[in-house]
Design a protein around this ligand. Structure first.
Ligand SMILES: Cc1cc2nc3c(=O)[nH]c(=O)nc-3n(C[C@H](O)[C@H](O)[C@H](O)COP(=O)(O)O)c2cc1C
Length: 195
C-alpha cells in the first residue's frame, strides 16, 4: 500500500473479529517494526508476542478491560488475536552511551529526554502501520499495573513494558475513543522557522 494511504488509514481499532492472524504475517509486522531507529543504535526495544488466549485474557484484566465493557464498548483487548507487548531497556542505553564513541568528556551524556521511551514509541508506530499495510487493524493501550504484566510474562527487572499493540481483523463499528474530540488545527501544532 502507498505510504501516505497507510498513515491516513490507520486508526486505533477497538473491535476485532474472532479470526486469527497467521504467524508469518505477525513475523513480517514484527520484522518491519524492528527496522525503526534507536539512539546510538542501542536497539533497546524488545517485543513479546502473545497469541495464547488465556494470557491475552490476563493482559486484558491487568489493563482493566472491564472499564471499556462498562462503557458499552467491545472487549477489544482480550478479543484481539495478537498482543504485542512493546518493551524498552533503559539499561541498554546507559551501556551503549558508556562506549568510547558516545562518552562526552569521559562521562555518559546528560540525557535531554529518555531516548529509550522515544525509541519504544517509534517501534509502536511501526507496528501499527505495518499491521495496516497487511490489511489488518491495530490498537494500543497502556497498562498501569506494570508489575503484574511483567510477572505474568516473565519480563526481566531491567526491561519496562511501555504498552501493548493489539492486532487483528477489524470488525463492525469502531469506537472512536478520544479521537471523537476531533483533530486540532494544523496551525496550532505546526510552526515554520520558529515558534
Ligand atoms: C501513548 C498512547 C496511549 C494510549 N492509550 C490508550 C488506551 O489505554 N486505551 C485506548 O483505547 N486508546 C489509547 N490510545 C489511543 C488514542 O486514544 C488514539 O490514538 C487517539 O484518540 C487518536 O485516535 P486514532 O489513533 O484512531 O487516530 C493511546 C495512544 C497513545 C499514543
Amino acid at each position: 500500500m502507498d505510504f501516505a494511504k497507510v498513515v491516513r488509514k490507520r486508526r486505533m481499532i477497538r473491535n476485532y473479529a474472532d479470526e486469527t492472524v497467521d504467524r508469518a504475517t505477525v513475523e513480517r509486522i514484527v520484522d518491519l517494526a524492528l527496522r525503526g531507529p534507536s539512539a546510538g543504535f542501542s536497539q533497546g526495544q524488545y517485543i513479546v508476542v502473545v497469541t495464547d488466549e488465556e494470557t491475552r485474557r490476563d493482559i486484558a484484566a491487568l489493563a482493566d478491560e472491564e472499564r471499556y465493557a462498562a462503557l458499552g464498548l467491545p472487549r477489544w483487548i482480550s478479543g484481539a488475536p495478537v498482543h504485542i507487548v512493546v518493551c524498552t531497556s533503559e539499561a541498554d542505553y546507559h551501556e551503549r552511551y558508556n562506549e568510547p564513541d558516545k562518552l562526552e568528556g569521559g562521562s555518559e551524556i546528560d540525557w535531554p529526554v529518555p531516548y529509550w521511551h522515544v525509541d519504544a514509541g517509534a517501534t509502536m508506530m511501526l507496528l501499527l502501520l505495518a499491521a495496516v499495510d497487511e490489511g489488518l487493524g491495530a490498537g494500543f493501550f497502556g497498562v498501569r499495573r506494570l508489575g503484574g504484566l511483567k510477572e505474568r510474562l516473565g519480563i526481566p527487572d531491567e526491561v519496562t513494558p511501555v504498552g501493548v499493540v493489539t492486532i487483528g481483523h477489524p470488525r463492525g463499528e469502531q469506537p472512536r475513543g478520544s479521537a471523537a474530540r476531533g483533530r486540532k488545527d494544523r496551525s496550532h501544532q505546526v510552526r515554520w522557522e520558529r515558534w
